[in-house]
Design a protein around this ligand. Structure first.
Ligand SMILES: [Zn+2]
Ligand SMILES: [Zn+2]
Length: 435
């Protein structure tokens, strides 16, 4: 967006049309554009561990990080070891009568794979294995050369992907899923967590800490010092959502690409409202079968029972497992509905050019983005139950169609939130300023 708060920038009326053929002029400026509202501001020197807040919308622009490199490196190496341990050793053992079953993290994936549930199997494999592994390797591939000050090929694309793929790595959601599954199982069988689970518990916290410590701004300026690209010094600049570079209007119009990280840069995400609306409609339609159809079937000694998402919650309540019932209710029922309602409201507010409560709506958007992935809990619970509860006639669990519909609802609402451009919320105010 083009609003500028520094005195060195021209007023919107002073914009000169840039020559698209002109050479790109790249410099390093101590400025940052806010992702949420587009306000441009000067970066001030901040002490370690303090935050820089946007003067317009209060979003966090930048957090100072002390000793980030040393911490980042040791956390990345630790997480690689823990990732290996948590996948090499069994995760849990379940005992029913005299029989026992042991499962590793990936057994959930194999169980779905064997039942030809390709879509769900690949979703589980990607979110609990491939993306986390990619994250850990990316940390090492970026931080070791940075420490030695030796650039290696592909770092640009890796840092870009690390930023974009972060939401799709769901180890902490899987962890919550395993806790829910263990409480459910404790009722009818004896469950032990094994070595792999302990390694996994530590891995989740180490990886979160590694993310908190990673100073992306510093890595970007190491890969490419310049963060301000334009063809004409007076043209408006837009922010790159990935590397925070400021890209001139003429470059955005001609190439649509950030010269620093090569991610797409748009004034606003093209057709943002249409895309979000289409995804909301698709998710709403799938939400119906996801709730009406059964998500899994239990068969125990010839008695077959099916569970829908809602009846699963009711069962937890009758078993007096109130806390877990609340967790499942919030993650699987409340959050998907709330996301659909909030996103529809945001789209509608942009359509009607609503001018009041922009900050409030921006907060709703951030919340939607943040909570979205936690709805995957039920998918992971079913996956693990299918993997471990296989005792033939005595006790088995099988997945049912609703779990696919439900997984699709979670993915679609996540993509819907990603395709909504929060800067649109501020545009109604902008128009008012120029009127
Ligand atoms: Zn802002
Ligand atoms: Zn960029």
């Amino acid at each position: 967006m083009q609003r500028k708060s520094t005195s060195t920038t021209p007023s919107p009326n002073a914009v000169v049309f840039a020559d698209p053929e002109a050479e790109v002029f790249a410099v390093n400026k101590n400025w940052l554009l806010c992702h949420s509202c587009g306000e441009l501001q000067k970066v001030v020197a901040i002490s370690a561990e303090s935050e820089m807040i946007c003067c317009n919308c209060n979003s966090v622009l930048h957090i100072g990080r002390s000793k980030w490199l040393g911490w980042g490196l040791s956390l990345a190496v630790t997480s690689l070891v823990l990732f290996f341990l948590s996948n090499a050793f069994p995760f849990m053992t379940l005992e029913v009568g005299s029989q026992s079953q042991t499962a590793t993290i990936l057994d959930g994936f194999w169980a779905l794979f064997d039942r030809n549930q390709w879509l769900l199997a690949s979703l589980v494999l990607t979110t609990v294995f491939l993306f986390p592994l990619f994250e850990i390797f990316s940390f090492l591939y970026l931080l070791i050369p940075y420490n030695l000050n030796k650039k290696v090929p592909g770092q640009r694309i890796i840092l870009r992907w690390l930023t974009q793929a972060q939401d799709w790595s769901m180890l902490e959601v899987f962890l919550l899923g395993m806790l829910v599954a263990s409480v459910k199982l404790n009722d009818m069988a004896i469950l032990h967590f094994e070595k792999g689970a302990y390694a996994f518990f530590i891995l989740v916290s180490v990886l979160i800490l590694a993310y908190l410590k990673l100073d992306r701004r510093r890595l970007w300026s190491w890969i490419e010092t310049n963060n301000y690209f334009c063809r004409d010094e007076l043209e408006w600049v837009y922010d790159c959502q990935v590397c925070q570079a400021m890209v001139g209007k003429s470059i955005v119009e001609s190439t649509g690409q950030c010269p620093r990280c090569h991610a797409e840069v748009h004034k606003r995400i093209p057709n943002s409202l249409q895309k979000t609306t289409a995804l909301i409609i698709a998710a709403t339609i799938l939400y119906i079968p996801a709730n009406i159809l059964p998500i899994m079937t239990y068969s125990s000694l010839g008695v077959v029972e099916t569970d829908t998402i809602f009846s699963g919650v009711v069962e937890l309540i009758t078993a007096e497992l109130y806390w877990i019932a609340i967790v499942v209710f919030v993650a699987s029922i409340l959050v998907p509905i709330a996301k659909l309602v909030v996103l529809s409201y945001l789209v509608w507010s942009v359509h009607t050019k609503m001018k009041t409560g922009v900050r409030h709506r921006q907060f709703l958007y951030k919340l939607t983005e943040f909570v979205g992935r936690w709805s995957m809990v039920d998918v992971f619970v079913v996956t693990m139950l299918v993997a471990i509860v296989q005792f033939g006639f005595v006790y088995t669990v099988e997945p049912e169609p609703a779990i696919i519909a439900f997984g699709a609802v979670v993915v679609l609402t996540m993509v819907a939130a990603e395709s909504f451009d929060p800067r649109l919320l501020w545009d109604a105010l902008e128009n008012e300023d120029t009127e």
